[in-house]
Design a protein around this ligand. Structure first.
Ligand code: C2E
Ligand code: MG
Ligand code: MG
Length: 565
């Protein structure tokens, strides 16, 4: 893209200031310029400075006479150079003296026009060219620096880092990622402006550190900074300086800094990837109060390779059916004997080289990079087709619940997709349950609620999964739209031995009663747990006591058993 084509406001009339103490000159220039520009006038340096200050944000260029009474052109140029913002405003000097030209260029003028005046076209062309140059420079500047902190922008930083490698190939470098733990708390407790102030302070401290440590820095997103610097054996002192810098500004002990270091970078790995690595290290100590520096090491490297392996393999895995949907039965337990009520669809990866991989490993990974959408859609289709197959073969509809990841929920086409899956398999939405994990409810609540409301209004049943593991307040819960509470396994584990668990479960039962929704317990592994839950009034259970998640062929025995029972 050429710089010219980036110009935002080509059709806007620019404002220029003509400074000359002779009226005839002002009129003459005004006459030439006013067809193309809006023109302001000043009759001496002092008036010029007043006009400049008043119209600073709108002015595009100044035409400045050098010889004037009251305050001459050189004095104006000096004043403008002292002011950070005014140095960027281009000045064309009007002069009849050859010597003055060089002197005025040195004083900061960008160009000169000789008196008696050149042809109008020449004047117009010079004015236009200098305005364009100044605007282009501003665009480049804007993308070069982060507006809030004055550190480099991410893109420029990457380019600069690559350049450093090129010209200083012998330097041994480290890539650092710096984040703030619980930065959102600062914004919430003190307001966004204060949050900005903290970010600026950190940027200043980074600049100070870089005065002693050779390197460059940028801010990438909200509270994330990258530093590329010459290798050091330890960053304890650097971290201390950064922490000291903001110590007085923070009101909560929970807010602190964390640093991820990828030491002695491999320069054959591209720059972006190097910082992914330091960020990966940084993430391993998120919310950790005892450790604030982490290094990218062999262990992380292996995890990275493993993750990449899985990311690369997903399409093939779907195609070759290495990804397979298992089903775990749920039983209604309040009757005389347990009755098959429904099933949960759970994904399994039977990898030809690695073997069975737990979704606990790849689901979070795919949630990070968005691939979960693909995976979930595969599972949703498989599960629906399975309900239809059982219905056709056994004449009975076994409802199945599928897991809906938090990023699915923000997809505007979600309900249409579910509807078309229902249609393809001739199913009713009421045969299909959607499990949404509780922690999703604590994020962008408004959008989640409206999305869930929509699905429910179409007839889908929504189960809140892992209930009790998130941090929903009772207040939040009271207006959450759900059809079923599925309590977290943690409450069931050791239930038979731990009286506190029983008490907690009683409270949860009361909440379910208050919301008037049934309660499902998962992770039920033995008879004692089952009995306790039954006594509590829990409606449905799922767990190894009845069955592990099994392939569909194996699941069928639960259906046929029901028949023979
Ligand atoms: P979840 O949805 O809470 O699923 C319940 C997990 O508990 C399953 O683990 C299940 O195998 C396990 N489980 C069931 N009964 C027992 C028991 O008695 N004892 C113990 N110790 N565990 C039991 P799994 O299949 O490893 O899945 C783990 C998590 O991965 C799931 O938690 C869910 O969050 C996610 N997941 C699984 N399949 C999918 C999927 O297709 N899409 C998405 N987005 N997430 C999935
Ligand atoms: Mg689930
Ligand atoms: Mg669960």
């Amino acid at each position: 893209m050429s710089i010219r084509s980036r110009k935002v406001a080509d059709d806007v009339k620019r404002l220029v200031l003509v400074v000359d103490d002779e009226q005839i000159n002002r009129e003459l220039l005004g006459f030439i310029l006013s067809s193309t520009y809006d023109v302001l006038y000043a009759a001496n340096g002092q008036e010029a400075m007043e006009q400049i200050h008043e119209h600073q944000s709108m002015l595009s260029l100044v035409l400045l006479d050098l010889k004037m009474h009251v305050m001459d052109g050189f004095a104006v140029l000096d004043r403008m150079r002292e002011d950070q913002l005014l140095t960027k405003l281009p000045v064309i000097v009007l002069t009849s003296e050859k010597q003055a030209e060089v002197k005025s260029l040195r004083a900061g003028a960008v160009d000169f026009i000789t008196k008696p005046y050149d042809l109008p076209e020449v004047i117009l062309a010079r004015v236009q060219r200098n305005i364009e140059l100044a605007e282009d420079a501003r665009i480049i500047q804007a993308t070069e620096y982060d507006a809030l902190t004055g550190l480099y922008s991410r893109e420029y930083f990457h380019q600069y880092a690559a350049q450093l490698d090129q010209y200083h190939s012998g330097l041994r470098m480290d890539a650092l990622a710096l984040n703030i733990n619980h930065f959102h708390l600062i914004n919430e407790l003190n307001g966004k402006q204060y949050g900005d102030q903290v970010l600026r302070q950190i940027a200043d401290d980074i600049r100070n550190v870089l005065a002693d440590v050779r390197g460059i820095a940028c801010r990438t997103t909200a509270d994330q900074f990258y530093i590329y610097c010459e290798h050091r054996d330890s960053y304890g002192d650097v971290m201390q300086r950064l922490l000291d810098g903001i110590a007085d500004m923070l009101q909560s002990d929970r807010i602190s800094l964390r640093l991820g270091v990828y030491p002695l970078v491999d320069k054959t790995v591209d720059v972006e990837r190097r910082f992914d690595r330091s960020q990966l290290a940084c993430n391993t100590i998120r919310g950790n109060y005892t450790q604030n520096i982490a290094y990218y090491d062999q262990d992380l490297y292996e995890r990275e390779i493993f993750s990449e392996h899985l990311i690369e393999d997903i399409d093939e895995a779907i195609e070759n059916r290495h990804l397979k949907v298992f089903f775990q039965p749920k039983f209604a337990i309040q009757g005389e004997k347990p009755v098959l009520q429904s099933a949960e669809a759970l994904i399994r990866w039977i990898h030809p080289e690695i073997g069975m991989i737990s979704p606990g490993l790849f689901v979070p990974l795919f949630e990070q990079n968005g691939l979960i959408r693909k995976l979930d859609r595969f599972v949703w289709r498989e599960a629906a087709a399975q309900i239809a197959d059982w219905r056709d073969r056994y004449g009975r509809t076994i409802p199945v619940s599928v897991n809906v990841s938090r990023i699915d929920i923000y997809d505007p086409t979600l309900s249409d997709e579910f509807l078309s899956i229902m249609e393809e398999n001739r199913l009713q939405p009421s045969d299909y349950y959607l499990e949404i994990t509780e922690s999703a409810y604590t994020e962008e609540t408004d959008q989640l609620i409206s999305s869930v409301e929509k699905l429910r209004s179409l007839g889908f049943k929504v189960e809140m999964d892992d209930f009790g593991s998130g941090y929903s307040s009772l207040n939040t819960l009271s207006f959450l739209p759900v059809d079923v509470l599925k309590i977290d396994m943690g409450f069931v584990r050791d239930l038979e031995a731990d009286p506190r668990k029983l008490r907690l479960l009683e409270i949860i039962t009361e909440i379910a009663g208050y919301l008037a929704v049934p309660m499902i317990a998962e992770g039920v592994e033995n008879r004692d747990q089952l009995e306790k839950l039954r006594e509590l009034g829990c409606d449905i259970v799922q767990g190894f006591y009845f069955s592990r998640p099994v392939p569909p062929e194996e699941f069928e025995r639960f259906i046929t058993q029901e028949y023979s029972a």
